[in-house]
Design a binder for this molecule. Structure first.
Ligand code: SF4
Ligand code: SF4
Length: 355
C-alpha cells in the first residue's frame, strides 16, 4: 500500500515536518550519492511561490547531511538555463544559500538515452539524475495550465537540460500527449522520495501564477502517483480525471485511488481552490476535461505591451521561431505557434497572456 504523509507546517517549523517525513519513511542514506531536486522554474523571489521555498530545501539538506551520505548535490534545470542563468535562478530564489555549498549546475553534463519514439527517439538527461543512488524530489504544491497540477511527476521534467524541454513540448504537440510525455520523462529515473512544499500553495493559472494560498502543509511520499493523487484531491479535483495520472497508473508506476493509499495525517479539500483557467467545473467530467485540453491547444500567446520590457528572452526560447521582435515588442506568428507555453514560462515580466 502506498503511503502519503500530510503534515502541518510553517516555514518556521518546517524542520519538524522534514524530521517527521524521514521518520515515516526511514530511508538509509549512509554512503549514498544523494541528489536533491527542488523546483526552480525561474529566477524569482521566494515569496512569489513559483519555486520551492529555500527554508524547506535548507531543512532537507540539514537532515540529509546528518545521515552521512557519501555526497550531496542540489540542482535543477531551470527554464532559463539556456541563457546561462541557472545559477542566477538559484541565487535569486534563495536556493543557492539554502543548498549550503552543495549546488551544482546539473545541466552542464548530460547523457543521451533512448526515449519513446512517439515523441523523440533519444533525449538528453542530466547525468547526475541517472548516476545518483538516491533522489529526493521537492516539488511545489501548485497548479499547471497543461497538467492541472505540478507535483511529484512533473518535477522530474527538470531533469531535461535547457532547450530539451522546449523540444519535447514541440514533439508532444498537444496537451494530452504532453501529459503522457511527462510520465515518459518521469519514468526514466523515478525519484526515491518526494517532499512537497505546500506551506504556501499556488492556485489559478500555474506554474507561475500570482494566486497564492497559505495552506501550511508539507506532504511526503515514496510514490509520486499516490502523492499527486492526494494533491489533486486536496485541490478539489478528481485525480482519475487527470491524464498524466491515468497514464502513470497504466504503467504501474503507482496508484492514486485513496482506497489503496495509507494517509498519515488528515486529507481535507482546500475550500474553493482555484484550478487553471477553464478548469473549474471542467475537471469534474471527462468530456469537460477533453474540452479543457482542446481549448489549451487553441490558446495562443499574446504579448501585453504595457508590461513587456522588450527583453527578447521569449524570442530566444521559442522552439519553432514563432516569436520575432518587431519594433520594441515580440510578435507571435500564430500559424507557427505550437502553444508550448514556453514563452509564458520564461517571461520575467509575466507579459505573455494566453488567449
Ligand atoms: S514578452 Fe516577456 S520575455 Fe518577451 S520580450 Fe516581452 S518581457 Fe521579454
Ligand atoms: S510563441 Fe510561445 S507558445 Fe508559441 S510556440 Fe513559441 S514559445 Fe511556444
Amino acid at each position: 500500500m502506498y503511503k502519503v504523509l500530510i503534515h502541518h507546517a510553517t516555514y518556521e517549523t518546517v524542520s519538524e515536518a522534514i524530521k517527521k517525513a524521514f521518520e515515516v519513511f526511514p530511508f538509509d542514506l549512509c554512503g549514498k550519492k544523494v541528489l536533491i531536486k527542488p523546483n526552480v522554474l525561474r529566477a524569482s523571489q521566494p515569496e512569489e511561490g513559483i519555486t520551492t521555498h529555500p527554508m524547506i530545501l535548507r531543512a532537507v539538506v540539514d537532515t540529509v547531511e546528518m545521515m552521512k551520505p557519501i555526497s550531496i548535490i542540489v540542482g535543477d534545470n531551470s527554464g532559463v538555463f539556456s541563457y546561462g542563468a541557472n545559477e542566477d535562478a538559484f541565487i535569486k530564489t534563495g536556493l543557492m544559500e539554502a543548498a549550503k555549498g552543495y549546488y551544482q549546475n546539473i545541466g552542464t553534463d548530460s547523457i543521451k538515452v533512448d526515449f519513446n519514439p512517439d515523441f523523440l527517439s533519444t533525449i538528453s538527461i542530466s547525468r547526475v539524475a541517472l548516476e545518483s543512488d538516491f533522489i529526493i524530489s521537492i516539488p511545489k504544491f501548485k497548479t499547471h495550465g497543461l497538467t492541472v497540477l505540478s507535483g511529484g511527476i512533473k518535477n522530474s521534467y527538470g531533469f531535461l537540460p535547457g532547450a530539451q524541454k522546449a523540444r519535447l513540448h514541440k514533439a508532444a504537440g498537444n496537451p494530452e500527449r504532453f501529459n503522457n510525455l511527462i510520465v515518459e520523462v518521469f519514468r526514466i529515473r523515478v525519484p526515491d522520495f518526494f517532499i512537497v512544499d505546500g506551506i504556501v500553495a499556488m492556485e489559478g493559472n500555474g506554474p507561475a501564477s500570482s494566486d497564492l494560498r497559505e495552506t501550511n502543509l508539507v506532504l511526503a511520499s515514496d510514490n509520486a502517483v499516490a502523492l499527486d493523487g492526494v494533491m489533486a484531491t486536496m485541490m478539489g479535483c478528481d485525480p482519475g480525471r487527470l491524464r498524466f495520472l491515468q497514464r502513470a497508473r497504466e504503467l504501474n508506476l503507482g496508484d492514486y485511488d485513496l482506497n489503496h493509499l495509507e494517509i498519515v495525517g488528515d486529507i481535507t479539500i482546500i475550500p474553493d481552490f482555484k484550478l487553471p483557467p477553464l478548469g473549474g467545473e471542467a475537471v469534474h467530467s471527462n468530456r469537460a476535461m477533453e474540452n479543457l485540453l482542446n481549448s489549451r491547444v487553441l490558446l495562443k500567446p499574446r504579448v501585453d505591451e504595457g508590461s513587456c520590457t522588450g527583453c527578447g528572452t521569449c524570442v530566444g526560447q521559442c522552439p519553432v521561431s514563432a516569436l520575432k521582435m518587431s519594433d520594441r515588442f515580440p510578435q507571435v506568428d500564430t500559424d507557427q505557434c505550437i502553444t508550448c507555453f514556453c514563452c509564458q514560462e520564461i517571461c520575467p515580466s509575466k507579459s505573455i497572456i494566453l488567449q
